[in-house]
Design a protein around this ligand. Structure first.
Ligand code: KG4
Ligand code: ZN
Length: 333
């Protein structure tokens, strides 16, 4: 079974081809990061236009890499939400055109579920059930995954997503977009105990997160220093901020596994590439006798292989889409 996956929810145009459940034949990712960098973040209109320009060359490159012709494709999986509506529509339209012209089934994939499935591509032995921590630019959620097609969200952020907080704090520190990798790098040279930022909701016995107060605390810290004519140590701010976010994420994830009795934790989404998050979750899972999985770096960020993988498992239940499929920018898990 050959599944072609399409991803265009934000600033990466990606097309992948996988064989059966987990064998990647091609995973082409064309990133727009350098284009959006000069604006300090993703400009939705530009993103849509670039997807239109990129999608056919990316398709050709994927077919070349997999050494396949279009006629070899058995089904098409596309991310139809959540994401930027104009960006999603490019992928959805391309997927519908391909499915119609090739007369093959179409699968509508939730982008967030796709992030979780990136782990199956990186780890052939991984199987549900597990607790997944999904941390991306738009979402922060704890998901109880009991089977390949059964998910329940057990908690999410009340305001900013973890990646969004990284991006906003990076901007305050004058670092380029996307801020997560920049903070990750700068934090390595700073003291994570230098500044005591608030750990919102960490004592609450629920699985909710809140990062907007932390972002305000960083703004206040910078403004206060500015008013006093003091210079700040950016590396200390980055390290202290990062430690606060990671403390909260790790604490709630371990709590979720313990209270549900799950023995495995899986990390997913762009922030899964954060080195401190991987390190702390590895340590805490070892202490708590839990198995821990995270995707390879290339599969952490937005890519179509994870969409194709999710689509493959979805196809086993017969959950196909039709030509009425539309983009759903605020799609929930
Ligand atoms: O999953 P993703 O590629 O796109 C969305 O679906 O949102 O996630 C992008 C987010 C950005 O906010 C980016 O700053 C963050 O992931 N990110 C990181 C790291 N690498 C990417 N955050 C923290 N540390 C990193 N190393
Ligand atoms: Zn994503």
């Amino acid at each position: 079974m050959i599944t072609l996956g399409i991803e265009s929810s934000c600033d990466e145009t990606s097309i992948a081809i996988i064989e059966n459940d987990r064998k990647i034949l091609a995973n082409i990712i064309s990133t727009q990061i350098p284009i959006h960098q000069k604006f300090g973040g993703v400009v939705p209109e530009i993103a849509s236009r670039k997807h239109i320009v990129n999608i056919m060359p990316v398709l050709d490159e994927a077919l070349n890499k997999a050494q396949l012709k279009l006629s070899a494709i058995d089904q098409i999986a596309v991310a139809y939400g959540p994401g930027l509506v104009g960006a999603l529509l490019v992928g959805v339209s391309a997927a519908k055109a391909l499915a119609f012209s090739l007369d093959v089934p179409l699968l509508a994939v939730n982008h967030l579920e796709g992030h979780i499935f990136a782990n199956f591509l990186s780890h052939p032995d991984l199987e549900p059930p597990f607790i997944a921590l999904v941390v991306s630019g738009g979402h922060t959620a704890l998901v109880n995954m009991t089977d390949y097609n059964s998910f329940s969200m057990i908690g999410q952020t009340r305001d900013d997503a973890a990646g969004e907080a990284f991006d906003k704090v990076a901007r305050l520190l004058g670092l380029p977009y996307p801020g997560g990798p920049q903070i990750d790098k700068l934090a390595k040279t700073g003291n994570p105990h230098a500044i005591d930022f608030p750990h919102a909701l960490i004592k609450e016995k629920n699985y909710e997160f809140s990062f907007s107060g932390l972002k305000s605390a960083v703004i206040n810290y910078i403004h206060t220093a500015d008013q006093k004519g003091l210079s700040i140590n950016k590396a200390d701010v980055a390290a202290s901020f990062q430690k606060t976010v990671i403390d909260i994420l790790v604490h709630k994830t371990i709590m979720a596994a313990r209270s549900t009795g799950m023995k495995t934790i899986v990390l997913a989404g762009g922030v899964a590439a954060n080195s401190l998050l991987e390190q702390k979750l590895t340590e805490k899972c070892r202490e708590n006798d839990l198995a821990f999985y995270f995707p390879s770096k290339i599969l952490c960020t937005d890519n179509a292989a994870m969409i194709a993988c999710r689509g493959y498992y979805q196809s086993l239940t017969g959950n196909f889409a039709d030509m009425k499929l539309n983009a759903v920018p605020y799609l929930e898990l």
